[in-house]
Design a protein around this ligand. Structure first.
Ligand code: GAR
Length: 213
């Protein structure tokens, strides 16, 4: 049976778009049943509406604390009975209660070669460190910020003329490749998380995941 995906965004939603497109063209055997944003003006909401996907905004500023916001968010997501929850530029730290509720079916994309540079400003930090390469990582989410087991990494070279903007732009195209791939594997029942081990086709992936070629 076709799987049900809920996507969470805070902004542009280009990764969400790549996943919606891959569902629509049959590459990912799933439907995006809802797209939820914590920002009511997120462009990602417009993308969802264009595809007749339920587009919901829930503002964390309407809640007194993280727990009560996360609880409402959790209830909305659960009402869609998702097989997979995809964080695609969702810029909120989620409480462990939330993360535990979706253990093994919560994915995130982070713009660094994890475990390097969890948190913000990853492009600038890679440049400041004189790194030769940069990348993005798709990983299962655990309670540790940007710390869950990595599935797939996309890596790009850093050029001498790069700045944070040019890196972000080039990395975006890599992200549109790697995120749909991981979602496709998950929806084909090829990808599972057991404890802190990622299994692809019943084989344990190396710590740090695999590199997209
Ligand atoms: C992506 O580059 C993603 O890796 C990053 O936000 C961007 C969202 O772009 N995520 C994080 O920084 C999470 N810590 P999009 O809205 O166009 O998909």
């Amino acid at each position: 049976m076709s799987k049900r995906i809920v996507i969470l965004v805070s902004g542009n939603g280009s990764n969400a778009q790549a996943i919606i497109d891959a569902c629509n063209n049959g590459r990912i055997k799933a439907s995006v049943v809802a797209l939820i944003s914590n920002k009511k003006d997120a462009f990602g909401l417009q993308r969802a509406r264009k595809h007749n996907i339920d587009a919901i905004s829930i503002s964390h500023t309407d809640y007194g604390d993280r727990e009560s916001f996360d609880l409402s968010l959790l209830e909305i997501i659960q009402s869609y009975r998702p097989d997979l929850v995809v964080l695609a530029g969702f810029m909120r730290i989620l409480s462990s209660h939330f993360v535990d509720a979706f253990a093994g079916k919560l994915l995130n994309i982070h713009p660094s070669i994890l475990p390097k540079y969890p948190g913000l400003h990853t492009h600038q930090r890679a440049l400041d460190n004189g790194d030769k390469v940069h990348g993005s990582s798709v990983h299962f989410v655990t309670a540790e910020l940007d710390g869950g087991p990595v599935v797939l990494k996309g890596i790009i070279d850093i050029m001498p003329q790069d700045d944070a903007n040019s890196l972000a732009t080039r990395l975006a195209s890599t992200e549109w490749q790697i995120y749909p791939s991981v979602v496709e594997w998950f929806c084909d029942d090829r990808l599972t998380l057991i404890g802190d081990e990622v299994l692809l086709d019943n084989k344990t992936l190396p710590k740090g995941g695999i590199v997209y070629e």
